[in-house]
Design a protein around this ligand. Structure first.
Ligand code: BG6
Length: 468
């Protein structure tokens, strides 16, 4: 196939990403309520989220560095429990003011603010009343929260992200329940009901935004990944289709097309997992169609024909595939290298994922996360993170190829702008272009240092990605 290489579009958004609970700290300041993340701790020698990178107090200092790096966009999340401390009660002006200051500071520095409404940090009081199981309460609370943000910021924000990784919250929630806000295992039927309730909340929020802005664009960020069959055995191919349905298409079909994917639906019905769908629900989904789709990509998945009880020993997190009895089983991909933390590295998989999602839905795509977690050492006031540079180099090259093949991508926001607390592996697993000087338990001064990748990314942005 002859492929003419395209340059990145002139207005391409080269950015970086963070989330509120993993970076802000200030967990109980300015009337912030507790979120489900504020009560989590993964062990004595693993940082909690109370101070994190202290972005709440240091955001201006950080934005100076973002500007120096040349960032064109910055994807962050808004802490629901700062805006409405109890989740569905009074609105906290101090919370709105913090984000207004942050947004204004970004705009002043020509950096496009891309806020995510909800990134794993459900207000604790909602969780205590059933969380996403309690449709009436939590869907309405999400809408009230979204409306407070739309009212205040609709004119300043061009791109909104509704939910971070609904698919991870649901899929992993059923296995280890680390990210969906509840420490106790939830049964799978409940999870698919929660997922349905999230679809409704999201569609209604999308519809609501149209009241406040005709210009702003809105969409979800899912952890979509391409899935390979373990072999050319037809049964393995079928299992890869199944895995893709359960990880990708069941979510995106509901969000984009307002339908339940037929194969997922039959599986839910046969296994007593079908959520309650109210009369009007599918109309609500159809009405709240997103303008773009955002993808968090770290790795691909590989599966084989389902064999019961094959993978009891696998340590599951958001990037590892798992088993669903009757549908697929996890398989190792020997063609792919692994990161220090055990995730398979697959830059070509990013291109495949972008092509698959774009071909299927033909909505503009954004990348809201992509990155490499490493344990690192500060030496001579910098970090030599050459491995991260190589990781980005390879992924961005594939991104350019996907664009050259006809996929519309508008932004690349790698994870993460600054070092922050990993969602479940503490502070030593670092992702940033900017080093934050602290350890798991010693906060030191939380001073910032530019890593080698900072300069590399700066140069890449300056050349608008034209380095291949
Ligand atoms: C994504 C999440 O799944 O992966 C982020 O949206 C998370 O919140 C990122 O930090 C990397 O994962 P981890 O567990 O290494 O922090």
């Amino acid at each position: 196939m002859k492929l003419k290489k395209n340059n990145f579009p002139k207005d391409f958004l080269w950015g970086a990403s963070i989330s509120a609970f993993q970076s802000e700290g200030a967990y109980n300041e300015d009337n912030k309520g507790m979120s489900v993340q504020d009560i989590k701790k993964y062990g004595d020698d693993v940082s909690d989220f109370k101070v994190a990178s202290d972005f709440y107090h240091k955001y201006k200092e950080d934005i100076i560095l973002f500007k120096e790096m040349g960032l064109k966009s910055f994807r962050f999340s808004i802490a629901w429990s700062r805006i409405i401390p109890t989740g569905d009660g009074e609105i906290n002006e101090k919370g709105l003011q913090f984000y207004e200051n942050l947004i204004d500071e970004l705009i002043k520095n020509n950096i496009e603010p891309i806020p995510t409404l909800y990134h794993f940090d459900l207000p604790l009081s909602l969780q205590e009343q059933g969380g996403w199981n309690n449709r009436e309460l939590t869907v309405n609370a999400y809408l009230k929260y979204a409306e407070a943000l739309f009212k205040r910021f609709a004119k300043k924000i061009k791109y909104w992200i509704t939910f971070n990784e609904q698919n991870v919250m649901i899929m992993i929630g059923s296995k280890v329940s680390i990210l969906n806000g509840s420490q106790t295992a939830v049964n799978e039927k409940e999870l698919y009901q929660q997922s349905h309730n999230m679809f409704i909340a999201q569609a209604k929020a999308i519809d609501l935004l149209r009241k406040y802005s005709t210009q702003a664009k809105i969409g979800p960020a899912l952890n979509n990944v391409c899935i390979y069959p373990d072999s050319k055995k037809p049964e393995d191919y079928l299992s890869a289709q199944n895995a893709s349905i359960m990880r990708n298409w069941y979510y995106l079909d509901a969000i984009v097309r307002g339908i339940y994917n037929p194969i997922a639906k039959k599986y839910f019905l046969d296994n007593n997992l079908m959520p309650e769908i109210l009369d009007n629900d599918l109309d609500i989904l159809k009405k709240g169609k997103p303008d773009f789709l955002s993808i968090n990509y770290y790795t691909s998945g590989t599966v084989k024909e389902n064999q019961e009880d094959t993978n009891k020993a696998i340590k599951i997190d958001q990037q590892t595939m798992f088993d669903i009895n009757g549908l697929f089983s996890y398989s190792k991909n020997e063609y792919l290298g692994k990161t220090e933390y055990g995730w398979a590295m697959d830059p070509v998989g990013l291109r495949i994922t972008l092509r698959e999602v774009y071909e299927r839905y033909q909505l503009p795509l954004m990348i809201s996360e992509n990155g490499l977690g490493l344990s690192e050492k500060l030496e001579n006031e910098t970090v030599n993170d050459q491995m991260r540079i190589e990781y980005y180099h390879q992924h961005i090259e594939q991104l350019q190829l996907a664009i050259s093949e006809g996929v519309e991508v508008i932004a690349y926001n790698p994870w993460s702008a600054i070092d922050l607390v990993s969602s479940h592996q503490g502070f030593k697993k670092r992702y940033g272009f900017i080093y934050v000087d602290r350890t798991e338990n010693d906060l030191k001064e939380l001073k910032r240092y530019k890593k080698k990748s900072f300069y590399w990314y700066k140069d890449l942005i300056l050349k608008n990605g034209d380095i291949f």
